[in-house]
Design a binder for this molecule. Structure first.
Ligand code: BDP
Length: 713
């Protein structure tokens, strides 16, 4: 027994890092694990020279210390200039940086340079920036180089973000629940704020800063006016204090009718002087508590939320009223274009464009219009939103969904970086020019906007691994990286993420990245093949519900979107149908106009097609639908097998967690396939293609399934 204890103690002393790593491999550390590098990779860093003491520079030095110590396996501390020192700072905070006088023109306001050079005849690496926050971003970049095992000699890197506001949107409610959240309850402990400041808030800020995310909207777009009450402003201010050193501003979703609910006024009419005065005073009150408050996000006249149209005013009237109050403080309004009001029975695809396009040029200069990636609602595949490129005088902010409301919650593996890239790379042909991609619209590059933004609906909750699953962390990561540079490659981002999160072994990285890159297509195949959309079950959006036809509004029903009958399937958005296609520039529209030549992954989004129609493969559309559903389901089996083969490279806890999710995904993909095939077959009345198994259960069985406690609803 004694021998055994001695042996264990010796092991613990010898391997302090791996003992702690065994405990910590539960996903909490995200991509900032900083585990020791393998022998053979050298980190030429002996000490950290940080001559500034602002909170941001302190955070940068601490992160570098934590990172280098973990990665090198030996304590690396702050010190003075010596061989292989890492010198961090700005020319004004650091005498050493001032002496070296690096060219910081490419670093811009938030960027950095990383260079190997010599000081006092000693080889050193500098991480320099114009502002403190750039230093912190540079530190994370330097650590990423190590984490992904890149050479650290002859460094000469300069980078700066291409988008100004890189913001998470938390759809978090004050009662602790998260709308469309699949990773536990909210991380904001509203009840105990402002007094209790959990360490998790700091780790949240570190993770976001590591990606360059510089803003966070704390509360749900379906907001409560009480978020603007004095007590909640104090709570918000406490979070702002924690995030400030990490360059993250806080924003709030503002309920348009707050002047009534919080202010006791009779109206929230944006042109009413008393309403305007209320907002001005409210904004002044917020800034007194949070001097760098970012501004408001607003969901107005959408899904029953109050808005300016309640007073026969338009979106610009509403946004500009708030913009006027925020302007003296440097705040902005992010006004959402996700609108489909109760009065408008037209194709929902068209409504945002119809309401907003005409307002181009009418918004104040501190307003951004925040537009979802597609015109319906974060479906597994959507063509880009027709507003991109259509409002040249207005900064359009991209809204992606990171949480997977429509892609299998947090138990299905779907790497959204590939989806974001697909949207960002799409050509709007704005101004008739090739190459005017969505990314360029978002960057403001086409029309010279300097106020630019990109938002992601967060997938962060109290789950130990933050995002509900290990692979969902990749979607947070990819969002941040693409917000910094919308033209980055999602494959390269996946590669970095896999290395930082799991392992640098090429035998692990290559297959995992391949799996990630095809995973979203797989989900689209087994849920919504060939451009089908909005087929999920009511309310919670979990699982298939293509048969649903009983909801109050026509455009809440899946049958409205697929329009399947005995003859064919698909939504005609051509001239012969809703003509939503006309909202795209002629060149963009051309890509989808001809079913014979178009990318068939969008076929049924734009066209109503007979079941007998011959698709490019030479098969009938009916056969193709069944075969694509089946392929999607089969691909989940392949994913599960692939992961099983990677067991040697992954710690047991995370390996098992991912394996369990892949098992769930495989089962649910089959359910999606079987239920959808059963339903569409009941409509098309056609036999299944040869060799394709009939659904395991009856259509009635699939229709009978109920999920009263599905999360996020
Ligand atoms: C839909 C969600 C709903 C959101 C809404 C929105 O189902 O929960 O409130 O979008 O974006 O995707 O406002």
């Amino acid at each position: 027994m004694l021998r055994w204890i001695v042996a264990v103690c010796a092991l613990m002393l010898a391997l302090p890092l791996s003992v702690s790593s065994a405990r910590a491999e539960d996903g909490y550390d995200l991509w900032l694990r900083y585990r020791p590098v393998e022998a053979g990779y050298t980190i030429p860093a002996t000490s950290i020279v940080s001559e500034g003491s602002t909170p941001t520079l302190t955070a940068a030095a601490e992160e570098l210390k934590r990172g280098l110590t973990g990665l090198s396996g030996k304590a690396i501390d702050t010190g003075t200039v010596s061989d292989n020192a890492i010198i961090i700072g700005t020319p004004s905070s650091s005498a050493s940086i001032a002496i070296l006088n690096p060219d910081l023109t490419k670093a811009g306001e938030e960027g950095y340079v990383i260079r190997t050079t010599r000081l006092n005849d000693k080889p050193v690496t500098i991480i320099a920036a114009n502002r403190d926050i750039g230093v912190l971003y540079g530190v994370f970049e330097y650590l990423r180089l190590i984490q992904t095992r890149q050479p650290l000699t002859n460094l000469n890197i300069a980078d700066t973000p291409k988008v100004k506001l890189r913001v998470l949107n938390h759809w978090d409610n004050l009662d602790g629940s998260v709308e469309r959240g699949y990773s536990g309850t909210t991380i904001w402990d509203w009840w105990k704020l402002p007094d209790v400041r959990h360490p998790r808030y700091t780790d949240y800020a570190r993770a976001n800063a590591s990606l360059g995310i510089n803003g966070t909207v704390l509360n749900n777009v379906n907001s409560k006016a009480v978020s603007l009450s004095p007590a909640y402003i104090q709570k918000t201010a406490a979070l702002a204090d924690v995030f400030r050193p990490y360059g993250i501003k806080v924003y709030l979703s503002a309920r348009f009718s707050a002047p009534i609910e919080e202010g006791g006024l009779k109206t929230a009419d944006p042109l009413d002087p008393a309403v305007r005065a209320w907002w001005k005073a409210k904004v002044d009150e917020i800034y007194a508590a949070i001097p760098d408050f970012g501004g408001f996000l607003v969901k107005a006249n959408s899904e029953g939320q109050p808005g300016p149209q309640d007073y026969k005013r338009n979106h610009a009237d509403g946004a500009n009223m708030l913009a006027e109050a925020l302007k003296p403080h440097g705040g902005v309004v992010m006004w959402r274009a996700f609108v489909y009001s109760h009065e408008k029975p037209d194709d929902r695809h068209k409504q945002a464009y119809d309401e907003f396009k005409a307002l181009d040029g009418q918004f104040a200069d501190n307003v951004l219009v925040q537009v979802k990636n597609g015109a319906i609602d974060f479906q597994p595949r959507e063509p880009f939103h027709p507003l991109f490129g259509a409002m040249p005088k207005t900064p359009l902010m991209m809204e992606f969904q990171i949480t997977k409301e429509y892609l299998g919650f947090s138990t299905h593996l779907a790497y959204l970086g590939q989806y974001y890239e697909e949207t960002l790379k799409a050509d709007t042909f704005a101004k008739g020019k090739t190459g005017n991609t969505v990314a360029k619209v978002v960057e403001g590059a086409i029309d010279g906007h300097t106020l630019t933004g990109i938002a992601g609906v967060a997938n962060i909750g109290m789950d130990r691994n933050w995002s509900g699953s290990d692979f969902d962390q990749a979607n947070w990561y990819a969002f941040g990286r693409l917000a910094w540079n919308p033209q980055a490659s999602s494959r390269a981002i996946a590669d970095d993420w896999a290395r930082m999160t799991f392992s640098n072994d090429p035998a692990f990285v290559a297959p995992v990245v391949d799996m990630m890159m095809t995973s979203r297509e797989t989900v689209a195949d087994y849920m919504t093949p060939l451009g089908l959309h909005h087929l999920m079950d009511t309310g919670h959006h979990y699982g298939p519900g293509p048969w649903v036809d009983n909801l109050e509004r026509a455009d809440w029903n899946p049958v409205y979107y697929h329009k399947a009958d005995i003859n064919g399937i698909g939504f005609d958005r051509m001239k012969t149908g809703s003509n939503a296609i006309s909202q795209y520039t002629p060149k963009a529209a051309k890509a989808w106009a001809n079913p014979k030549t178009m990318d068939e992954r969008y076929l049924l989004w734009f066209h109503h097609v007979p079941w007998d129609y011959k698709v490019k493969s030479g098969r009938s559309l009916w056969d193709e639908v069944v075969i694509t559903y089946s392929k999607g389901a089969a691909d989940t089996t392949a994913m599960r097998n692939r992961w099983a083969s990677l067991k040697p490279y992954v710690d047991a806890e995370r390996f098992d967690a991912v394996a369990t999710n892949l098992m769930i995904q495989e089962r649910e993909a089959k359910w999606w396939r079987d239920a959808s095939v059963a339903y569409f077959q009941s409509v098309s009345k056609r036999p299944l293609p040869e060799g394709y198994a009939p659904p395991e259960k009856t259509l009635d069985y699939y229709r009978s399934l109920k999920f009263p406690y599905a999360p996020g609803n």
